[in-house]
Write a protein that binds this ligand. Structure first.
Ligand code: SAM
Length: 256
């Protein structure tokens, strides 16, 4: 039988690989590890990669297994989901994994300048009504710039046409170097073996959307520090599905 939420929360308090700092906590308790993740947690100087909105942390755990010479941190506000990945990493003795429970809106309070090498955004909510909440909006890009190395890589894997289109518009408008982009990852020819291995890690949401017959889309781009970012001001057709159990979320056909 699965563990209840309260039991997971209680157990997570004892996990040495989990740091819990929701808004209510960080305002009162300073986060002393900002700028010191390497020496104070990982005990090495290997590159740090974040998975933002990690849910159960599949990417964090699997990438850490594939790349023991790199460090991975899954970030999400939902503790009960994060418990799955954190527990697995502990059971498998993965020293290069951590989880941070907080709001991504305040992510720059946890990492210092140039402390992070790459970001993964896996099946982020498309936030069709509110561009400011979209994890690929310029609002968030400006936050990420505060701790991502200059030209650091951002990976975006999504089922959402809306989020995919919006992100392309954002990278195009701001001339961010796009390294790879496909609208149908699992039917793209010519991917090298290494890329195929990384991209074939499937998250909980990814499996649900694949079951529904949706194409998985993937973009990989660089985020340089220079230049003021412009927010796209274009109407985009909204996804005609969203919740797994409800066929349609919105009566509107487009959003910005
Ligand atoms: C659709 S789920 C995807 C989860 C996982 N990446 C997957 O593919 O299974 C989006 C996740 O992002 C988290 N999330 C969304 N916005 C967030 C925010 N602003 N701060 C922290 N977590 C956020 C949610 O809690 C949720 O777990």
């Amino acid at each position: 039988m699965g563990k209840g939420k309260l039991a997971k929360f209680a157990e997570m308090e004892t996990f040495e690989n989990v740091f819990q700092y929701p808004f209510s906590v960080i305002d009162n308790v300073p986060f002393d590890m900002k700028g010191h993740w390497h020496e104070q947690y990982f005990g090495n100087d290997h590159p740090i990669v974040l998975e933002l909105g990690c849910g159960k942390g599949e990417y964090t755990v699997e990438l850490a297994r594939l790349y023991p010479e790199m460090n991975f941190i899954g970030v999400d506000i939902k503790g009960a989901r994060m418990w799955t990945g954190a527990k697995k990493a502990l059971e498998e003795g993965q020293r290069n994994v951590a989880f941070l429970r907080t709001s991504i809106e305040i992510i720059d309070r946890f990492f210092d300048t140039d402390e992070v090498q790459e970001l993964w955004l896996t099946f982020s909510d498309p936030q069709m009504k509110n561009a400011h909440k979209r994890l690929t909006s310029t609002f968030f890009m400006n936050r990420y710039r505060r701790f991502l190395v200059d030209g650091g890589i951002v990976h975006v894997k999504t089922d959402s046409n809306f989020l995919f289109t919006y992100t392309r518009l954002m990278t195009d408008l701001n001339r961010l170097p796009v390294l790879f982009c496909t609208e149908d990852l699992y039917h793209t020819e010519g991917l090298d073996a290494e890329t195929r291995k990384i991209l074939s890690i499937q998250t909980y949401y990814e499996r649900m959307w694949i079951e529904r017959g949706l194409n998985i889309k993937y973009q990989k781009f660089r985020l340089p520090h220079a230049g003021e970012l412009q927010e796209p001001d274009v109407e985009i057709p909204v996804d005609d599905y969203r919740s797994y159990h409800r066929p349609k979320r919105s009566g509107r056909d487009t959003a910005k």
